[in-house]
Design a protein around this ligand. Structure first.
Ligand code: XMP
Length: 513
């Protein structure tokens, strides 16, 4: 048995959160689509399986083949929400669709002691997070109820014989009292997992794997200066320092002063060898008159790779290209379950040309952002760099709506720089997950110093998010927004108006394109 928890995704917005919670408890978890084959499942040899929630109704949709493959395997299982309903249906209990939705806060009463609720007394009320309309109305044979909510008689159940536990509520959501304890009870008391997913172990594993994969070959790293690729640089530097060359391409689409900051951070602070390639003209030429966001991404992705290949040729005998791809990119770019369509092709993953000659090294491909940050800290990367907001690979290109020109990039760089500076001045930067400015290709009338102005509009966006899959708008106080807006209009020539984006994700994505 491996020390791994397999999470099978049925399309819940919380699937990644389940995976992160498991890892935060010190156990490695992987997310797989519900079309996982029996062979793949056996190869993983999980210590336990968690079935996620999902938008489907078991009462409507044809049953998933998966049930046959996993529910009789005698591996401990935790079914959450839709997962519970799937299990109920499979073992011939009854699930009913109800008009009455239970969404958000609910009170769950523990009806029976069990390993899952170890440490929590029978009769105790827990504030929990629910998100369902279907519910179990008759337990399958061999299952016992573990508790109820006011709207749901069977809000948790288990079968000791089958070692299957089910929850109608979401223990992975922070609004659920003792959610972490419940997950840890499943991991350690039911699946007998060991705490082995620690920063130190992860670093050692990654370094060993890099050594094995790369062997005596040479690697170039596409360094963007962001957290992910910087952490990859530090890991590669530790694993194979002499065989590593970091290449930083100035696309001309970076933030203000970014080029000099990256050089300073990587070469001076971290002591890693860095080559900077000046390629803004190439990128601007390739992007000329391109308005479609997906085209922009593909062009940028392909241009990046071509430049790397060219540099690799110059350096001679380079076999590998390293990238800072992380787990959410991988999950978001591969269709999982019924839910995920590819919303945007993240150029790290989706946009690589098919005929690319270099092999990929992606040491943090299986890590979440918070894990990457922890590793970065432990490798001695300065916290100012670790705490930087994410910046998309295609850079300001996907923050300029419509075609891209040098003039627009410069305007946006100045706007972005004022926005970020003010957030830092007001101690807001670290309370926001990502802040950005967007250039809108429309003009608006204004008046400055008695003169009529007819200039561009920019939008500011700041969001709070844990996993970047969903996000809420940051409530920046009006007086601060007002100050930022005044500074932008006064200091940035070409901008007449500033608007603040108040769209959550979903429905809006974080970037505008
Ligand atoms: P969205 O806009 O999809 O963004 O809500 C989620 C997170 O991903 C970043 N992002 C990208 N990163 N290449 C990247 O490397 C891309 O094409 C890309 N598009 C979005 C975005 O900044 C946010 O952090």
């Amino acid at each position: 048995m491996s020390n791994l928890i397999l999470i099978i995704d049925f399309g819940s917005q919380y699937t990644q959160l389940i995976a992160r919670r498991v890892r935060e408890s010190g156990v490695y978890s992987v997310v797989k689509s519900n079309s996982i084959s029996k062979k793949e499942l056996f190869d993983l040899n999980p210590a336990g399986i968690i079935l996620s929630g999902g938008p489907d109704s078991i009462t409507l949709k044809k049953k998933n083949n998966l049930s046959k493959n996993i529910l009789n395997l005698n591996i401990p299982i935790l079914g959450i929400c839709y997962g519970m309903q799937l299990i109920t249906d499979f073992f011939k209990g009854k699930v009913k669709s109800s008009q009455k939705k239970e969404f958000g806060h609910a009170i769950f009463n523990i009806g029976k002691s069990s390993k899952l609720f170890y440490g929590l007394k029978k009769g105790k009320n827990l504030n929990v997070w629910m998100s369902h309309s279907d519910k179990v109305i008759q337990l399958p044979k061999g299952f016992e109820s573990l508790g109820s909510s006011s709207n749901t008689k069977f809000a948790a159940m288990y079968s000791s014989e089958k070692n299957i536990y089910c929850l109608q509520f979401h223990p992975e959501v922070t609004h659920t009292d003792n959610g972490k304890n419940i997950i840890e009870n499943f991991l350690f008391r039911i699946c007998a997992c060991k705490k082995s997913w620690t920063t130190k172990n992860i670093i050692n594993d990654i370094i060993n794997n890099i050594k094995i994969q790369v062997s005596n070959k040479k690697v170039i790293l596409a360094l963007s200066g962001g957290v992910d690729s910087t952490v990859v640089a530090a890991l590669l530097n530790k694993a194979i320092s002499k065989k590593l060359t970091c290449i930083f391409i100035n696309t001309g689409l970076m933030r203000k002063n970014e080029v000099s900051e990256v050089k300073e951070n990587i070469s001076k602070k971290l002591g890693i060898k860095l080559i900077t390639i000046e390629a803004s003209t190439i990128f601007f030429n390739k992007l000329k008159n391109i308005r479609d966001p997906e085209k922009k991404r593909k062009i940028i992705g392909a241009t990046f790779i071509r430049i790397f290949e060219r540099e690799a040729k110059k350096l001679k005998n380079i076999d590998f290209l390293a990238q800072g791809t992380i787990y959410p990119d991988v999950i978001e770019s591969s269709s999982i379950g019924s839910k995920s369509e590819v919303i945007k092709s993240h150029h790290n993953v989706g946009g690589l040309p098919r005929d690319m000659k270099l092999k990929l090294v992606e040491p943090i491909r299986l890590l979440f952002k918070d894990e990457v940050r922890k590793i970065g800290k432990s490798l001695g990367i300065p916290s100012s760099l670790i705490e930087r907001h994410p910046f998309p690979g295609p850079g300001l290109a996907v923050r300029i709506i419509g075609d891209i020109t040098k003039e627009k990039v410069e305007i946006l760089q100045d706007v972005d720089s004022i926005f970020i500076e003010e957030l830092r001045n007001h101690d807001l930067y670290n309370k926001i997950s990502q802040a950005l400015a967007v250039f809108l290709p429309i003009k608006s009338v204004g008046v400055m110093g008695d003169q009529r102005q007819y200039n561009y509009v920019v939008a500011l966006r700041a969001v709070k998010t844990i996993d970047f899959m969903t996000a809420t708008v940051s409530e920046i106080p009006y007086n601060i927004l007002n100050k930022i807006s005044t500074r932008i209009v006064n200091e940035v020539t070409g901008v007449a108006r500033v608007v603040y984006d108040i769209t959550s994700k979903p429905p809006g994505t974080i970037e505008w394109e």
